[in-house]
Design a protein around this ligand. Structure first.
Ligand code: PRP
Ligand code: URA
Ligand code: MG
Length: 207
């Protein structure tokens, strides 16, 4: 798996707002939305394009269209905070949804929703989840995509732990990971350190 740490100063500044315990829910959501926009921009540089004819007020010329728009898959809840940003940059795309909630004792993800097209063969997929901690949630999501034939999967995260990156790399289920930071480690509750806390709670309040 290719892992790209996006070190752009604007990305790092937004991540810092998300880390700050004093940021309100609204400030956290705004920072995540902007960070997600920049991650999508970085991750879509190599998207396949097609030439399209276009006529300007001056002359006909050749323009560019996204040849095969990716399916966007936010992982609920926290990934919802990246969904609008991704859709804004890729309005031609469609969206699927995966709902997972980590058990606080075992840290194993409990699946509660999967709303995905039956076949993903030949379709690029972009998974959106701000947090990659143990990697259990993302691996479950990637398995759902793999079962449906997805072979071109890119993952966008705000933060990752080394343990999660390793699990996903070893799974072979994602081609690329774009992340703003790979932090130090997980703590005894499987939270990322220094991290930013619970990305779902910080956007929406406690479950
Ligand atoms: O790598 P893992 O150890 O599996 O942890 C990461 C998962 O934890 C968070 O979701 P959470 O389960 O807290 O659900 P939420 O988004 O509803 O808060 C996060 O958004 C990831 O999906
Ligand atoms: O640090 C973490 C780990 C899992 N999920 C989160 O939201 N934060
Ligand atoms: Mg949560």
């Amino acid at each position: 798996m290719e892992t790209v740490v996006v070190t752009h100063p604007i990305v790092q500044a937004r991540l810092t707002v998300m880390r700050d315990e004093r940021s309100s829910n609204a400030e956290f959501r705004a920072a995540l939305r902007e960070l997600a926009t920049l991650l999508v921009y970085e991750a879509t540089r190599e998207l396949a394009v097609a030439d399209v004819p276009v006529t300007t007020p001056v002359a006909p010329t050749t323009g560019t269209a996204i040849a095969n728009p990716p399916l966007l898959v936010p992982v609920l809840r926290a990934g919802l905070g990246m969904a609008e940003a991704a859709f804004n940059l890729l309005p031609e795309s469609q969206m699927g949804f995966v709902g997972l909630a980590r058990d606080e004792q075992t840290h194993v993800p409990h699946p509660y929703m999967a709303s995905l097209p039956a076949s993903l063969a030949g379709r690029p997929v972009i998974v959106l989840d701000p947090m990659l901690a143990t990697g259990g949630s993302l691996k479950h999501c990637l398995e759902l995509l793999h079962e449906r034939g997805a072979t071109d999967v890119t993952v966008l995260c705000a933060l990752a732990a080394p343990e999660g990156v390793q699990l996903i790399a070893e799974s072979g289920l994602a081609g690329r990971l774009f992340v703003a930071s790979v932090d130090e480690r997980l703590n005894e509750n499987a939270y990322i350190v220094p991290g930013l806390g619970d990305a779902g709670d910080r956007q929406f309040g406690p479950r």
